[in-house]
Ligand binder design. Structure first.
Ligand code: NAI
Ligand code: COI
Ligand code: MG
Length: 405
């Protein structure tokens, strides 16, 4: 069947709850949705994305007096196959509870989106010289930071008084076990070759578990339970432990050392994933997926897809923000929640080509964080244009009849 021939079968429909958030959130979300529109339009009627546009964050506080309404939480759980999230927060709402960020935490908890996958790699070799690290050190960085997303200090009991405050940094065995199992699944898919084909010719990638077992009781449990899960269930996967403070130092000194999967708790994962943005030179290219289950390559599981970065109020409203992290988060949504791995790969390839400067007249389409002058929508335009071409070529060359590239 030619790519242009409309399908007579009913399309596979995916319901996406769209929560753009505050400041740059709506700017980057607009570009990600355009990219998804290209995937749909190129599918010969096989794929349909149904968007439910709602609000969360500071904009929801302004409108509803709460950073996320019960109705939005209900839609997320009962009427959505995935949530595409922008970013929330800003100085106008401050930090006093319930602030915009607490709406995102409520959403993560409500969906039990416990496995926050934050890949860190150079999506184009042309970005390596832009890293603050020497190219010889940065080149080849390719790890997935897996952050436990529904426990630890961010969700523990809080005491907040005028002159005293505390957060309970607590973990249960089952919370650590399920995160460790996701780490194992990611290591198996990634493979030692780092290609992510799931073939693993040299065996699964190494898992680095990171904690503060030398100081924190929760860190000791983290280490013990992780070791037990790997020894009992994944004896073929190499497990290493690295204290979180020294891991942060080594991530700068030798990021390739962690090629594989870093399995860590909520607080350390939040900090280390922003540091990973420093390794690649900007937060503007790092996506994330927060899954509600273990990715097995077959089942569809709900999840929240959002960039690692925040709402970047310092550059909001000027067309300066890099939409790449949000676009790549949409690609992760196709891979993990919709089982559309080929389409996800096509988006990643389009992003790479745009960053490479190929297929767009040799021009460098780069945002300011990457040393360029392109606007947010120019980057979105370029990704859409290259993606259309990639999907068309793949569809023609394979003569696809199932709408897959
Ligand atoms: N998931 C979420 O919604 C998150 C929200 N936040 C919130 O965002 C607000 C701002 O937080 P910050 O600490 O400033 O962190 P941030 O990640 O928003 O920004 C840090 C720096 O990176 C730059 N940056 C971030 N994303 C970029 C992009 N896509 N393109 C180009 N430059 C980019 C910003 O301009 C800024 O200089 C706060 O209210 C914070 O709580 C922070 C992290 C995550
Ligand atoms: C709730 C968020 C603001 C926490 C954060 O920084 C993140 O998830 O990366
Ligand atoms: Mg963060």
């Amino acid at each position: 069947m030619a790519a242009s021939t409309a399908s007579t079968a009913s399309p596979q429909t995916f319901r996406i709850l769209v929560l753009p958030g505050d400041h740059v959130g709506p700017e980057v979300m607009a570009e990600a949705l355009r990219v998804l529109d290209v995937v749909q339009a190129s599918s010969s009627g096989k794929i349909k994305f149904e968007y439910n546009h709602q609000i969360a964050g500071g904009c929801s506080i302004d409108k509803h007096g709460t950073p996320i309404t019960d109705e939005v939480l209900r839609i997320a759980k009962e009427e959505s196959d995935a949530v595409l999230f922008g970013s929330v927060g800003g100085p106008e709402w401050g930090t006093t509870y319930p602030n915009p960020e607490s709406g995102l935490l409520r959403l993560r908890q409500h969906l039990d989106a416990f496995a926050n996958i934050r890949p860190c790699t150079f999506y184009s070799r042309s970005l390596i010289p832009l890293s603050p690290l020497k190219p010889a050190i940065a080149d080849g960085t390719n790890f997935i930071l897996l952050r436990e997303n529904c426990g630890g200090a961010y969700f523990g009991a809080k005491v907040e008084e005028a002159d005293f405050a505390s957060d309970s940094w607590a973990y249960r065995r089952d919370e650590i076990e399920r995160c460790a199992r996701v780490a194992a699944a990611l290591a198996t898919t990634m493979g030692k070759d780092g290609l992510g084909t799931g073939q693993c010719p040299d065996g699964p990638a190494t898992v680095w578990s990171s904690d503060k077992a030398n100081v924190l009781a929760s860190g000791r449990l983290w280490r013990r339970v992780t070791s037990e899960v790997f020894a009992n269930e994944f004896p073929n996967i190499e497990l290493k432990h690295q204290l979180a403070d020294s891991l942060s130092m080594l991530m700068v000194k030798n990021p390739r050392m962690f090629n594989g999967v870093i399995h860590t708790d909520n607080t350390f994962g939040d900090m280390l994933s922003d540091q990973a943005g420093g390794v690649v030179g900007t937060l503007g290219v790092l996506p994330s997926a927060s899954l509600c289950g273990i990715p097995d390559g077959h089942s569809r599981c709900n999840g929240i897809y959002e960039p690692v970065h925040g709402s970047a109020p310092d550059i909001a409203g000027k067309g300066l923000v890099n939409p790449t992290a949000q676009i790549l988060s949409a690609a992760l949504m196709l891979r993990y929640s919709f089982n559309l791995a080929p389409e996800a790969a096509a988006i990643e390839a389009a992003v790479q080509k745009v960053l490479d400067g190929k297929d767009i007249g040799g021009l460098e389409i780069r945002s300011g964080d990457l040393g360029g002058r392109a606007t947010t929508s120019q980057i979105g335009d370029a990704v859409c244009q290259v993606l259309e071409q990639i999907l068309k070529e793949k569809s023609n060359s394979s003569g696809v009849s199932n709408g897959r590239v």
